[in-house]
Ligand binder design. Sequence first.
Ligand SMILES: C[S@@+](CC[C@H](N)C(=O)[O-])C[C@H]1O[C@@H](n2cnc3c(N)ncnc32)[C@H](O)[C@@H]1O
Length: 235
Amino acid sequence: MADSGILYGIGVGPGDPELITLKGLRLLRNCPVLAYPAPEAGDSLARQIAAPHLPGSQIEIPIRMPLLVDRFPAQEVYTKAAADIADHLGAGRDVAVLCLGDPFFYGSFMYLFARLAAAHRVVVVPGVTSVSAGAAALGQPLVGRNETLAVIPASLPDSELERRIGDADAIVFVKLGRHFARLRALLGRMGLAVTARYIEHASMPSEQAPALADVDPAAVPYFSLVIARRGGVKP
Ligand SMILES: C[S@@+](CC[C@H](N)C(=O)[O-])C[C@H]1O[C@@H](n2cnc3c(N)ncnc32)[C@H](O)[C@@H]1O
């Protein structure tokens, strides 16, 4: 490990390039190699966020992820990316992996971490999560005093959603996409729709926060959240 480069997992924040930390900025500018998740075709959002800060002289490794339900082909993509990254680390080059939001908060960086951390030095630079950005954009405090917060992927079945909502004071639902209509109906049945707020593309130029009832389920993008509160925001 002595001559190996360092693997940096850098949180680039939720969208606004000004929400990158000073540490993340210094490292993503100075690492000779950048890697980032990207769709099968098109631009990587993590790279777009970092783009205004990049010197333009770095080796780039886009980790292109097919949109598949089956987990195994995705695992092969991470295994191949980890091997490419390991080659650079072995040659003494530091590698910065750009991660949307925070690397260890539902971030795909953890799949690279699992493959590389035993053999290489890894430094994780935390980032502003989409949850913080969503609450800030909505102008709604998340939790205070002795309140509890649950963060729940909307992709879970209704019975699991209901169980995990439990008696949390505030609940953030991530990964809405095609699950939005089902989630909205469940929140209605549980009496939580009245206080629930929807936000898409928090901190990006395309940010929007229509009322929950006005959201078109067919148009809900992947980068969206619902934040619900039991009993509304307490003064
Ligand atoms: C794979 S998780 C990644 C979370 C990310 N690591 C973070 O720290 O926020 C992707 C989910 O995060 C949420 N998300 C990420 N960025 C967002 C944004 N700018 N606005 C709203 N939701 C966002 C969405 O719910 C999306 O489905």
